[in-house]
Write a protein that binds this ligand. Structure first.
Ligand code: IMP
Ligand code: MG
Length: 207
């Protein structure tokens, strides 16, 4: 069956917002250097676009965590799948995440990273679903608050698919929606093709 999507945030709106966040970070950190921590895999598309918009010196490192749940829900049990390469000591750290949903992932991760003695640590997220929050999280730089819908694109996946969509979409079998295969062809001139194999784990992981 073909999955259907509707566009929630178009590419041009994402571009404009990322430019704005990049400018704000550049002015907040004037005279300093920033160390971006990209949370894989979802944060990768946003982190790359954001890094290009920051005018102070930028270094970037990557971390991958999984929160196990039923595939679309976070359980709050977080596992580090890939740790950072570099020390955080004395660095002005900005965590770059795709979406803050229940907040459980960052609720676990921030204290863990604070323990590594950065000069400062801030959180930047492209999206937030405030209605879903289960633990309080301060987001220092936020792209968009969105409703309680499961979204895909711009790094966000459903079963590892759709990260490559250049917009934020809602995956739904509802009426009047665009066929995702058509959207992909429109944007890339090709079919989505094969997708990454799911990890061999007891339950699907959210990344
Ligand atoms: P948390 O619930 O805030 O801990 O979010 C856990 C992770 O679930 C996020 O980092 C995302 O990778 C993933 N996630 C949450 N909501 C969505 C969604 O709507 N689409 C795709 N992934 C999501
Ligand atoms: Mg994530």
């Amino acid at each position: 069956m073909t999955d259907r999507i509707s566009v929630l945030i178009p590419e041009s709106t994402l571009d404009a917002k990322i430019k704005e966040i990049g400018e704000k970070i550049s002015s907040d950190y004037a005279g300093k250097e920033v160390h971006l921590i990209c949370i894989l895999k979802g944060g990768a598309f946003f982190a790359c676009e954001l890094a290009k918009r920051i005018t102070v010196p930028v270094s970037i490192d990557f971390m991958q965590v999984s929160s196990y749940g039923d595939g679309t829900k976070s359980s709050g049990i977080v596992r580090i799948k890939k740790d950072l390469d570099d020390s955080l000591e004395g660095k002005e750290v900005i965590i770059v995440e795709d979406i803050i949903d229940t907040g459980k992932t960052l609720h676990y991760l921030i204290p863990l990273l604070e323990h590594r003695e950065p000069a400062s640590i801030k959180l930047c997220a492209l999206l937030s679903k405030p209605d879903r929050r289960e633990v309080p999280i301060d987001i220092d730089y936020l792209g968009f608050d969105i409703p309680d819908e499961f979204v895909i694109g711009y790094g966000l996946d459903y079963a590892q698919k759709y990260r490559n969509l250049p917009f934020i979409g809602i995956l739904d079998p509802g009426e009047e929606m665009v066929q995702v295969d058509e959207k992909l062809s429109e944007n890339h001139g090709q079919d989505p093709g094969e997708t990454e194999e799911k990890e061999d784990s007891p339950e699907p992981a959210l990344e």
